[in-house]
Design a protein around this ligand. Structure first.
Ligand code: HAM
Length: 422
């Protein structure tokens, strides 16, 4: 029979047991670490649907972005309504708080889940990938910027990310952004015939986004164009300097005045964290301030800042994962199902905090089950045969330390033993 394959750019993640350190293990571990960090910053979880009305992304991420232009997974549903698999999380979070009529309050929210972008797959770039994001809503420029960068530093430290650089920039406050955009349009309008269709569209809709152009001709023209940094207010420049000086001992922070993000909604402070170990797709997180988005989507004026982390990219950078768990393999050698022996596993699981207990469920000889336990890197095999059941004892066989002898313990003693190694 012909096999069914997974779709291009979509990967399966299959975790191993203990200590294998494959990419799936690293991804799951990274997700746990991120959740713990978010909770330690007193941020609450939000879950929004994977499918949204296509208009949500057109109106937020924007018509001039690659994401909306080329990469949306959009379909007509059975009612001929255009729906889209979310390419990012920010728009859905804002949609949700507007819909719940809580857009007049401040919120700190995190999310984690799959996103979809129809990109050309390559290393570090998938069509379905996972993002963890944080959105701080209702906070004007200031402490919220520091809080976000503090969190990025914690993530980099905790996961021991190699060679990270946090690039930061400011797109200007309303006044300076407006002045810069006028100057940019004045400069580019006479050269309009040299711009491609995409950049012309950007010139009309959101001139700042031309700075994100990948067209070599546009890039050449832009060399002579007005520069954002010449229009920034002292306050905006001060924000960049404050962030850099506050965290310079923690993280390598570079002010990069050429950094503009690939989404339309950004308004002020923006950033991207990169690592040379990632190759061409070098950003493992990105974000910034988007003070106008809530209002533009029909809600109240709500200043906001946020970031999203590419889990696959971050996990591939995590040096090694600490798996504190010890694996104990329970081998029951008996011709019939032994509730008494199984109860031991149940009891041990209820008392242990960090030990994983793998009850070997398949039939097989002691030898094959021991082989399996060794393959899984179990630290101990607990063996219960007919004789042990009779005498209410368990054989403990250390598997990692080959010099240690196996011992026999009573059912009661085994509980103390598990507590000891826990
Ligand atoms: P973004 O820069 O489009 O921002 O995505 C954030 C991160 O997601 C990227 O830095 C990258 O690590 C990862 N990523 C993006 N596309 C792919 C892909 N095709 N395959 C693997 N990883 C990918 C946003 O999505 C904004 N919503 C961030 C934000 C939140 N801004 C404010 N709040």
């Amino acid at each position: 029979m012909k096999k069914v394959h997974s779709l291009t750019g979509m990967i399966d993640l299959i975790g191993s047991k203990v200590g294998k350190n494959n990419i799936a293990d690293k991804i799951f571990y990274t997700e746990t670490i991120l959740k713990n960090i978010f909770e330690s910053y007193s941020i609450s979880e939000i879950r929004t649907p994977s499918l949204e009305d296509t208009n949500l992304f057109k109106r937020s991420v924007g018509d001039t972005s690659d994401i909306v232009n080329k990469e949306l997974y959009s379909f007509l549903d059975k009612n001929d309504k255009s729906i889209t698999l979310r390419p990012e999380g920010t728009a859905s979070v804002i949609r949700s708080i507007i819909e719940k009529k809580i857009d007049n309050e401040s919120h700190k929210l995190w999310y984690l889940g799959p996103m979809w972008r129809y990109e050309r797959p390559q290393k570090g770039r998938y069509r379905q990938f996972n993002q963890a994001g944080v959105e701080m809503l209702g906070y004007s420029e200031g402490l919220a910027e520091l809080e976000i960068v503090s969190m990025i530093c914690s993530i980099i430290r905790k996961l021991k990310i190699e060679d990270p650089i946090l690039k930061i920039n400011h797109l200007g406050d309303r006044d300076s952004k407006q002045k810069f955009c006028i100057a940019l349009v004045d400069f580019l309008k006479p050269l309009a015939t040299k711009l491609d269709e995409r950049d012309l569209k950007r010139l009309d809709a959101n001139p700042l986004r031309i700075l994100d152009s990948k067209n070599p001709k546009t890039l050449e023209i832009l060399k002579e164009a007005p520069k954002i940094k010449d229009y920034l207010s002292n306050k905006s420049l001060g924000t960049l300097e404050l962030i850099k000086s506050t965290f310079s001992n923690e993280c390598n922070i570079e002010i990069d005045h050429n950094l503009v993000r690939g989404l339309d909604y950004y308004t002020g402070f923006v950033f991207e964290a990169v690592s040379s170990n990632l190759g061409a797709q070098d950003a493992f997180l990105g974000g910034g301030r988007y003070d106008d988005l809530c209002h533009e989507l029909g809600g109240k004026e709500l200043p906001a800042i946020g970031m999203a982390i590419g889990i696959e990219r971050l996990a591939s950078l995590a040096k090694s994962i600490e798996i504190p768990k010890t694996l104990v393999s329970l081998i029951i050698i008996s011709s019939k199902i032994e509730p008494k022996a199984y109860k031991i596993a149940h009891k041990l699981r209820s008392i242990s905090k960090s030990i994983n207990i793998d009850v070997q469920l398949s039939d097989g000889s002691l030898k094959s089950k021991l082989r399996r336990a060794n393959k899984d890197n179990a630290a101990y095999a607990l063996i219960i045969g007919e004789e042990e059941l009779e005498s209410e004892t368990v054989i403990i066989k250390p598997l990692l330390d080959k010099n240690s002898e196996q011992t026999v313990m009573s059912f009661n003693e085994i509980e103390s033993f598990i507590k000891e190694i826990d």
